[in-house]
Write a protein that binds this ligand. Structure first.
Ligand code: NAP
Length: 321
């Protein structure tokens, strides 16, 4: 528990992985005096009440926004505009409205027109997550030592930006500020394109399943398994990300295809030097990520293997007797 709360009443609209993690972290850090949560479905609202990480669970977005000095919209980006329209008449003067969407340009475009004068809009993206969804998936430590990117519009109140920054820092995040456009370009390559590649490769392997069904799963530790984790991410969220960040993703996909063609050519021509040069460069990038504390240096991403059963050697390597 830290000192004085930064906000009085935090309203979270959406209580999935991100919304429920914010609630848990805000409570653990005493970041707000009270937390009110709503979600689209009665089932999720019921579950939030059972889990007990909110002081109040309400039925509508409007009821959540009433009297809150910080409103964070934690739903798929494609739905943010409609929710902003729904809550506009219920926002308290001086309140800060924010979001957590993985795309910022589209959120700024869709939500801004509904933010009344005297209310501050400061979009945000905590660059932290897992492949799990829903209120059970959240945890208070999700944002610790992860980045949260704020993309305030040029005329945003500096005081509102500072208060939101202090909130995220209290939840454990490092905070960076940039334009929505720049955010979408950077995340296009660091997050959106990797997800697209994972969705593709897992889909391709599935289509080959006639030949490989058991082997794909059996030998998945050879790299495929890490793609399957990313490819298990929420389909609604990621559909919205690609629709909302179309231009940046297409730009990055163009560059990726050029580089893939270069490697394809190197393999076809037996150009080992070109392959070695590229792989040496990328290995250094991995080391850089570990050096700045954004991943574990442990082999296998630090996964524990306590109860791993001893499986017999797979057929191609087993000695037939
Ligand atoms: P999630 O676990 O699937 O939860 C989504 C929440 O949004 C649920 O409470 C859901 O309500 C609600 N919702 C879904 N569609 C809605 C709609 N059309 N209108 C109103 N509410 C709706 O998702 P999440 O992972 O927390 O993601 C939420 C946001 O965070 C997304 O914008 C995503 O881009 C961003 N984000 C995600 C990650 C990540 O790794 N997952 C990381 C950073 C940012 P019901 O349960 O009642 O359906």
């Amino acid at each position: 528990m830290s000192g004085q709360p930064i906000f009085n009443r935090l309203a979270l609209i959406g209580a999935g992985l991100i919304g429920s993690s914010i609630a848990r972290a805000a409570r653990a850090q005493n970041a707000t005096r009270s937390i009110v949560v709503t979600a689209r479905s009665a089932a999720t609202r019921r579950r939030v009440a059972e889990l007990g990480f909110a002081d109040q669970v309400v039925e509508t977005n409007a009821a959540a926004a009433e009297g809150a000095d910080l409103v964070i919209v934690c739903i798929p980006v494609g739905a943010c505009g409609a929710v902003a329209e729904e809550i506009r008449a219920h926002l308290a003067p001086g309140a800060i409205v924010s979001d957590v969407g993985s795309v910022k340009g589209a959120v700024l475009r869709d939500m801004s027109p509904h933010i009344p004068a005297g209310v501050h809009f400061v979009p945000a993206h905590p660059v932290a997550g897992t492949e799990n969804s829903g209120p059970d998936a959240g945890f208070a430590e999700l944002f610790v030592n992860r980045w949260c990117i704020l993309t305030p519009p040029p005329d945003a109140s500096a005081d509102a930006v500072e208060r939101l920054k202090a909130f995220w820092q209290l939840l454990g995040a490092n905070v960076e500020t940039m334009s929505a456009e720049h955010h979408d370009l950077v995340l296009g390559i660091t997050s959106h394109l990797p997800h697209l590649i994972a969705y593709t490769i897992v889909g391709t392997a599935d289509e080959l399943s006639q030949v490989t069904r058991s082997e794909v799963l059996q030998f998945s530790a050879g790299g495929f398994r890490d793609f399957t984790r990313i490819a298990a991410s929420d389909p609604t969220m990621w559909r919205d990300v690609f629709l909302a960040n179309k231009d940046a993703v297409l730009e990055m996909l163009g560059r990726f295809n050029e580089d893939l063609s270069m490697l394809t050519r190197a393999i076809r021509r037996g150009d080992g030097d070109a392959l070695f040069k590229q792989f040496t460069r990328t290995r250094a990038i991995r080391r850089g990520i570990v050096d700045i504390g954004q991943d574990s240096p442990s082999p296998d991403f630090g996964r524990p293997h306590p109860g791993l059963p001893h499986a017999p050697l797979p057929r191609p390597y087993a000695v037939d007797d």
